[in-house]
Design a protein around this ligand. Structure first.
Ligand code: N7H
Length: 471
C-alpha cells in the first residue's frame, strides 16, 4: 500500500489544473534560519493525498542542502554518488550526459560550478495572481535564510504543446498502487521505480538512504528494511528529481525541417518523423500518413508487430529512443521488461513566450524559451542517465550506427544525421544543427514528508554542524 500523505504530490501529478508555475532555485545562507524556514514549509507541502483548489508547493534538496541542514557524513554517504556529486559534479558525468562544448556546465545560468543551488521550490497556482501572491509570500518567508539564485517562471502553451509545436506529456508511466485520477487502466510500473522503499521492476527492495538510529531518537523515521531494521530509512517515500533547463531554438528547428523537406516535401511530416508523434500527439506508428487528432492521447501501442523496421515511426525518433517499448531485441516481451526498468515520470513545464505557428516561423526573435525538463525517478543512474547515455546519445542505438536523438541528442563528434526508413530506400537527413541547449540543471532529493520533518530537527541536536558547503 502506498501512503500518499507521506509522498510529495509531484510524484503523482503534474498539477495540470494549476497552469501557472514558478521555480525558485535557492541557496542556503543561514543554516539555522533555513532549518526554521524548512520547518514552517514542511506544513505547506502538497502531498499525494491533498487536492488543493488554488495552489501547490513542492520542495527538493541537493546533497549540499542536506549537509547544510546538519545531516552527518555517515548518513550522506548512503545517498547515491549521482546525488552527492551533482549533475555537473565531474567531467565524466558531463560527458555521459552530453554536457560538453555549448552545453558545458561552465556556461549554465544556474547549477554547475559557478551557480550552485541548494533548494528547489516548485510553486503552482490556478491563476496568475494566486501565483504572484504565493511567490511573494514564500520570498518573504525565506528572506535572510536563503538567497534566490534564479527565478524561472513557466508558460503553459495552448493545447498542452511545447515550443516546437508538439503535444507533450502524453506518455507517462502509471505507478502501481497510485491514486488514479481519470487514467484508463493500463500497464503499470512498480512503485519502486519512482519511490524509495518500495519494490522495483527487478522485484527487489533497493538500498535506501538511511541514518543511524541514535540520530533519530524520537523515532520519526521508519525502520530501514534493507538494513534489517538496524537503521532508519531517510529515503522512504522519497525520490530523486532530475532538473534540466533546455533552451529550444524554434526557428532553427523549423527552418531545418523546411529546408530538408524541400519544395515538394512536408516540413511537419519530417518534424513528426523526428519526434515520433504528430503535433496533435497522434503516434506515427498508429497513423503513419497524416495527423489524426482523435489519436492525440493514444499511448497503448508498441512497435514490434507493425513497425519493427521503423517504416512508420523511425527507430531513431525521439519517443522511440526515450522509450523503445517492445522494440528492443530479442523479443517484445523481454523488451517491455527492459523498457520498464528505464522509465521516468516527466513533470516539466515550458518557459518563455510561445511562437505563433512555430512551423512557419521565419526568423529568430532572439527570445529565450524552452523546456524545464523535470524527471522523477528512484535511480538516477539506471533511469535518467541510462536513457540519456544509452538511448538518446548512443550512435549505436537499436541497429543504427552513427546518429543520435534528432531533437535533443549531442552534436559533437558524430555525423549529426537522422535516418528515415522508407521504401525503396531510406531517407537520410544530415547536418542537423543543435535545436536544444542545456542552460542549467541539478539532481535533487525529493524527500517524503516524514523525512522532510526529520531534516528540520538535525540542527537542534547537531553539535558538529558544518558550514554551508558550496557543493
Ligand atoms: Fe521528450 N518534444 O516536445 O519534442 N518528448 N522532449 N525528453 N520524452 C516526448 O509522449 C521533447 C526530453 C521523453 O513513452 C514527446 O508525452 C523536447 C528529455 C520520454 O513514448 C515530445 C525536449 C528526456 C518520452 C517530446 C525533450 C525525454 C518523451 C511526445 C527538450 C529524457 C515518452 C509526447 C527540449 C532524458 C516516450 C509524449 C514514450 C516524449 C519533446 C526532452 C524523455 C513531443 C522538446 C531530456 C521518456
Amino acid at each position: 500500500m502506498l501512503e500518499p500523505s507521506d509522498i510529495q504530490g509531484i510524484v503523482f501529478s503534474g498539477y495540470q489544473k494549476k497552469p501557472f508555475a514558478t521555480y525558485l532555485m535557492l541557496d542556503i545562507v543561514e543554516p539555522a534560519l533555513a532549518t526554521a524556514w524548512l520547518r514552517s514549509i514542511a506544513e505547506c507541502v502538497t502531498t499525494g493525498a491533498d487536492r488543493p483548489a488554488d495552489t501547490c508547493l513542492n520542495i527538493a534538496l541537493t546533497a549540499s542542502a542536506l549537509t547544510a541542514l546538519g545531516l552527518d557524513r555517515d548518513a550522506l554517504s548512503t545517498f547515491p554518488l549521482e546525488l552527492r556529486e551533482g549533475m555537473a559534479g565531474s567531467e565524466t558525468r558531463s560527458r555521459t550526459l552530453g554536457d560538453v562544448e555549448d552545453n558545458h556546465p561552465d556556461s549554465w545560468l544556474w547549477g554547475g560550478p559557478n551557480k550552485p543551488v541548494h533548494v528547489l521550490l516548485m510553486l503552482y497556482a490556478r491563476t496568475e495572481n494566486l501565483l504572484e501572491e504565493l511567490v511573494a509570500q514564500q520570498e518573504s518567508r525565506f528572506s535572510g535564510a536563503l538567497r534566490c539564485v534564479r527565478r524561472q517562471d513557466t508558460q503553459s502553451l495552448p493545447d498542452r504543446r511545447e515550443h516546437f509545436g508538439f503535444a507533450d506529456g502524453i506518455a507517462q508511466p502509471v505507478i502501481d498502487g497510485a491514486p488514479r485520477t481519470g487514467v484508463l487502466p493500463t500497464r503499470t510500473v512498480e512503485a519502486g521505480e519512482f519511490l524509495l522503499g518500495h519494490k522495483n521492476e527487478y522485484g527487489k527492495l533497493p538500498f535506501v538512504p538511511n541514518v543511524a538510529p541514535e540520530r533519530d531518537p524520537a523515532g520519526q523515521l521508519p525502520e530501514c528494511q534493507t538494513e534489517g531494521g538496524k537503521r532508519r530509512s531517510l529515503g522512504h517515500n522519497g525520490s530523486y528529481l532530475v532538473v534540466r533547463q533546455l533552451d529550444q531554438h524554434v526557428h532553427e528547428f523549423w527552418s531545418y525541417m523546411r529546408e530538408y523537406a524541400g519544395a515538394s516535401g512536408d516540413a511537419i511530416e519530417l518534424a513528426a518523423k523526428c519526434v515520433g508523434r504528430w503535433p496533435s500527439g497522434a503516434p506515427l506508428t498508429l497513423s503513419p500518413d497524416r495527423d489524426r487528432p482523435a489519436l492525440g492521447n493514444a499511448n497503448t501501442f508498441g512497435y514490434w508487430l507493425t513497425d519493427r523496421e521503423g517504416q512508420r515511426c523511425p527507430v531513431g525518433a525521439h519517443i522511440r529512443r526515450a522509450n523503445p517499448r517492445d522494440s528492443l531485441e530479442p523479443d517484445p516481451h523481454s523488451s517491455l521488461k527492459v523498457s520498464d526498468r528505464h522509465r521516468i515520470m516527466r513533470r516539466g513545464r515550458s518557459y518563455g513566450p510561445a511562437v505563433d505557428k512555430p512551423w512557419s516561423c521565419e526568423s529568430d526573435d532572439g527570445v529565450q524559451r524552452g523546456l524545464m525538463f523535470m524527471g522523477v525517478n528512484a535511480n538516477i543512474r539506471r533511469q535518467f542517465e541510462f536513457i540519456q547515455q544509452t538511448w538518446i546519445n548512443n550512435p549505436k542505438f537499436s541497429g543504427l550506427y552513427d546518429e543520435v536523438d534528432p531533437l535533443i541528442g549531442r552534436r559533437e563528434g558524430i555525423a549529426s544525421a537522422f535516418s528515415i526508413p522508407s521504401t525503396p530506400v531510406r531517407r537520410r537527413c544530415t547536418g542537423l544543427p543543435r535545436f536544444v541547449r542545456v542552460r542549467g540543471g541539478e539532481y535533487f532529493f525529493l524527500p517524503g514528508l516524514r523525512a522532510l520533518r526529520f531534516l528540520t530537527t538535525l540542527r537542534q541536536s547537531a553539535t558538529d554542524a558544518e558550514p554551508v558547503p558550496s557543493r
